[in-house]
Design a protein around this ligand. Sequence first.
Ligand SMILES: [Zn+2]
Ligand SMILES: [Zn+2]
Length: 174
Amino acid sequence: MQFNHYGGSGTFLAADLLNTGELTPATLRRLLGAHEMANRDLDEAQAAALAAWLAGVRPVFGEPAVVRQIALVNELLCGATASVRVSMHDGNAPHLHYITGTDDPVARISAAIAGGLAVAVCGAGGSRLGRCSREGCPVVYVDTSRNGRRRFCSTACANRVNVAAHRAREKTPG
Ligand SMILES: [Zn+2]
Ligand SMILES: [Zn+2]
């Protein structure tokens, strides 16, 4: 797993799910497959339950106060995962598995995300879980840049903010 200290697949999956509009069973099957999640077949009710749970994940991204961010992650962990194992199945590097004691896909996905966020906050720093700085842009991301100073979801958003700032400066007399 390439980005282990960013929380493995859990944080990237969380960001992708949060950045996707409506989470239908078909959308989830595609996204969960892309993130190599074993549980990817959710029915309508399970998709809705996962979307509801993800509402509690969104504020973790871009939370500037680390104490508050940790409290949010601990809250997610508390409800999501029963215990943790280290695994290196299928020739993978050692990584954490979050045990739920149930086959319910919502529980398993929630546990993987909550665990991933916890690892990212401890290993990479909570500021790596970012939210686009352009006002009104809801996109969240895992900041894997070398200096960890990513501020926007895309160059499109960065350009819009920079152009606006430039215009504001030009309007200022003197
Ligand atoms: Zn695994
Ligand atoms: Zn943006």
